[in-house]
Write a protein that binds this ligand. Structure first.
Ligand SMILES: [Zn+2]
Length: 72
């Protein structure tokens, strides 16, 4: 059947809630069988270039939207 795995890309995302630097987001296009074009993009990961996620994990988690890998 040969499904091609989605290619992830990175892009500039929402601003970091802690230092207001634009974050980098890791996104995967969501494909459909009906269209050759991605239907939407799922954000799989997000980090701040200034390192806020590592430096202030508690504040980061409270201030930023949850990601698939986060605990609810
Ligand atoms: Zn930051």
């Amino acid at each position: 059947m040969g499904t091609v795995p989605p290619i992830h890309t990175t892009r500039t995302g929402i601003a970091c809630a802690l230092c207001h630097t634009p974050t980098t987001e890791l996104v995967y296009p969501v494909l459909s069988a009906q269209s050759p074009f991605p239907q939407r993009e799922d954000v799989q990961d997000r980090w701040c270039p200034a390192g806020c996620r590592q430096l202030y994990p508690v504040q980061w988690k409270e201030a930023m939207p949850l990601l698939p890998g986060d605990d609810a």
